[in-house]
Design a protein around this ligand. Structure first.
Ligand code: HEC
Length: 227
């Protein structure tokens, strides 16, 4: 299984059921058909027809059939053991955030996105775009211009990094100037350090080209203007 799939899975696990672990994810998978899993993961529509709120389906929207199939296959291969409650309910504070609009229904975010496209793995920019859209949009916004609340920057920030500094940042979480960025550094260590060298190079190629205005953020000949 590719390291990218492991990272996606990890993000999925963390986002879907917090820290409850893979065994519980396996149990959740056991109660869903593949089609139901596809709908909840990639379309943000739960079995009962309501939208996911916190699980970043608008990021997983971009997953190719092949990668999604690998993720589902891997989760299904895990032993199902007795674990905590699998029905994830929003705690009161999270509900408040939802009601106040801090979390938007994922379905309405996905509606604003162009259709997914098959990345060209031989083209670093196309491949890097796929990695950025499936690994960074959760926090940096669906168009990578940064979180609406300003908590994370536009990924044009990579222009400050040369290739070596970017590699170092992704693999250790240590940002330029030896800074520790808390959430970003943590997520680099727990997820992005699994990227292969080729994946980090592709990611860097795409993010640089995007920051310089040479390529569109979203795939396709003419991406719609982000809202
Ligand atoms: C779980 C949330 C999260 C994810 C996922 C995430 N980031 Fe971040 N990132 C942040 C936050 C928050 C900041 C702002 C950190 C700060 O300034 O303290 C940040 C900052 C950054 C910065 C600016 C660093 C600097 O020098 O100040 C870069 C570059 C960056 N992220 C790249 C990425 C890339 C590339 C990805 C995807 C591979 C990614 N991030 C995914 C949360 C995230």
């Amino acid at each position: 299984m590719g390291t990218h799939v492991k990272k996606l899975l990890r993000g999925l696990g963390i986002a879907l059921i917090g820290l409850m672990g893979l065994a519980v994810l396996a149990l959740a998978a056991a109660t869903h058909t593949d089609a139901e899993l596809e709908r909840v993961i990639r379309q943000g529509v739960r079995k009962d027809g309501t939208s996911t709120m916190i699980m970043p389906s608008s990021m997983f929207h971009w997953l190719t059939d092949e990668d999604l199939g690998r993720v589902i296959g891997y989760v299904r291969s895990q032993p199902v053991t007795d674990g905590p409650e699998t029905d994830v309910r929003l705690r009161p504070v999270a509900r408040l955030f939802v009601l106040s609009g801090v979390f938007r229904p994922q379905v309405s975010m996905i509606e604003e996105l162009p259709p997914r496209a098959e990345p060209d793995r031989a083209d670093p920019v196309s491949w890097g775009r796929y990695l950025a859209l499936t690994a960074c949009t959760e926090c940096h916004g669906n168009d990578l211009t940064g979180a609406e609340d300003g908590s994370s920057p536009d990924l044009a920030q990579v222009l400050a990094y040369d290739q070596d500094a970017f590699d170092h940042f992704m693999s250790t979480g240590e940002a330029l100037g030896g800074r520790n960025l808390e959430l970003m550094s943590e997520v680099a260590r727990s997820r992005f350090s699994f990227f292969t060298d080729d994946e980090v190079d592709a990611l860097y190629s795409f993010l640089r080209a995007r920051a310089q205005g040479d390529v569109e953020t979203w795939p396709g000949p003419r991406a719609p203007t982000p809202p």
